[in-house]
Design a protein around this ligand. Structure first.
Ligand code: UT7
Length: 382
């Protein structure tokens, strides 16, 4: 029997700290008018000190788990798409795996710029359809506010923080992720880059003084690339799914710039009501933008079973990606039973306690082994 990969749960998180264009205009040489006209952005959510990529990813994941009505132990794999991970290593996905108590799951981070979530979804769907796994959690999470140069008006006004998650599950019922397109062009890598802090230019006083640890972008070139690949990738994925462009019920593009979205929509001949846009509220949240938009679209009742949904992203790399989804989840975010909420909280508390327990046990084990080794070394040969 052929296997299909259905989206059965979704969740999102955005920091409550909202920064408007006028707030930015008080600190840098910009205006609300310029930002709205050139980008469509009105505000963005910016992480507070207590929030970071992992904490936001965990909260989005919990919502998706509750929503999907799965137990963390059923999850086979956790993928976190991000360009702003908690650390260079370990992977943010491992921090999420531990926090949600997905003890059976593998976990890895995926770095494909703003296309990362769609790359993750396509990879997860392939693994499910190929029979490798049954249940996969895919997250897009970013704290780009920690990587933008708040003195560079050309980039800092664009980005925001947040996380979105989806749970994919195997089924023999047709539907779910029906086709995907993944693309890359590394020759454009320098157009959108954080040049410092990696193996080529390790972090040090020089990289910090020359502000190499911040995002650098050639906005015009990225713009030109984006308008081309968004439409191209969408056309290919629709063809691979066996649909025509007029069968797209909802188009959910990467939320970077309203003008880029308009240009893609024009080329695909999509009416405004078939396009989901929320970048006015979030700015560009990179790998989190598409899953946050997907959640909002589903929760707002804009996606119904049987609908054809196209997700398409582009970003650093350069990369682009698209997925064609036949939506099958019946409930538009069914309310969670109070017992389930309590059970969920207890489960996460227990997962946290267990992680502390394992850490303590590892330390005690190391100390005990040292003592035993020392005693053994001092024991005379018989
Ligand atoms: O996820 C992928 C991430 N990246 C993108 O999607 C970015 C794609 N590119 C874009 O969205 C657009 O290129 C931007 C929004 C970044 C810039 O818009 P633009 O229409 O391409 O503007 P520009 O870079 O050509 O700059 C036009 C002017 C410049 O002034 P001069 O040289 O003409 O006097 C800039 O200095 O606007 C100026 N400018 C600003 N003015 C006020 C640049 N940033 C700002 C600002 N406020 N924040």
């Amino acid at each position: 029997m052929p296997r299909y990969a259905h989206i059965i749960g979704w969740g999102k998180y955005a920091p409550s700290n909202v920064v408007t264009n006028d707030d930015l205009a008080k600190k840098i040489d910009t205006t609300d008018e310029w930002i709205r006209e050139r980008t469509g952005i009105a505000q963005r959510h910016i992480a507070t000190e207590k929030e970071s990529t992992a904490t936001m990813a965990i909260l989005a994941a919990r919502q998706a788990i509750e929503n999907a009505n799965v137990r963390p132990l059923e999850i086979d794999l956790v993928i976190v798409a991000t360009v702003s991970p908690e650390y260079p290593f370990p992977a943010t996905a491992c921090l999420v795996q531990s926090a949600i108590g997905a003890e059976r799951a593998g976990a890895f981070d995926l770095e494909a710029g703003c296309s990362g979530f769609v790359y993750g979804l396509a990879s997860a769907a392939g693994m499910i359809r190929g029979g490798m796994y049954d249940t996969i959690l895919v997250i897009g999470a970013e704290t780009l506010s920690r990587f933008v140069d708040w003195k560079d008006r050309a980039t800092c006004v664009l980005f925001g923080d947040g996380a979105g998650a989806a749970i994919l599950r195997a089924s023999e019922e047709p539907g779910g992720v029906m086709a995907s397109v993944l693309g890359s062009d590394g020759s454009g890598g320098e157009l959108l880059i954080v040049p410092g802090g990696g193996a080529k230019h390790p972090a040090g006083p020089d990289t910090v003084l020359s502000r190499m640890h911040y995002v650098r972008m050639n906005g015009r070139e990225v713009y030109r690339f984006a308008t081309r690949v968004m439409a191209e990738a969408s056309k290919i994925v629709v063809e691979r799914a066996g649909w025509s462009l007029d069968q797209i019920d909802l188009f959910i593009p990467h939320q970077a710039n309203a003008r880029i979205i308009d240009s893609a929509a024009k080329s695909l001949k999509l009416a405004p009501e078939r396009i989901f846009v929320n970048l006015q509220d979030y700015g560009n949240t990179s790998a989190a933008s598409i899953p946050i938009a997907l959640c909002e679209a589903v929760d707002a009742g804009k996606v119904a079973p049987g609908n054809h949904v196209v997700l398409v992203g582009f970003g650093a790399g350069l990369t682009w990606a698209a997925c064609a989804i036949e939506w099958t989840a019946v409930k538009p975010g069914a309310p969670t039973l109070p017992q389930r909420v309590v059970a969920g909280r207890l489960r996460y508390l227990w997962a946290g306690l267990k992680a502390i327990g394992w850490r303590l046990l590892r330390r005690t084990d190391a100390a005990a082994s040292k003592v035993i080794d020392a005693v053994e070394r001092k024991t005379p040969e018989e």
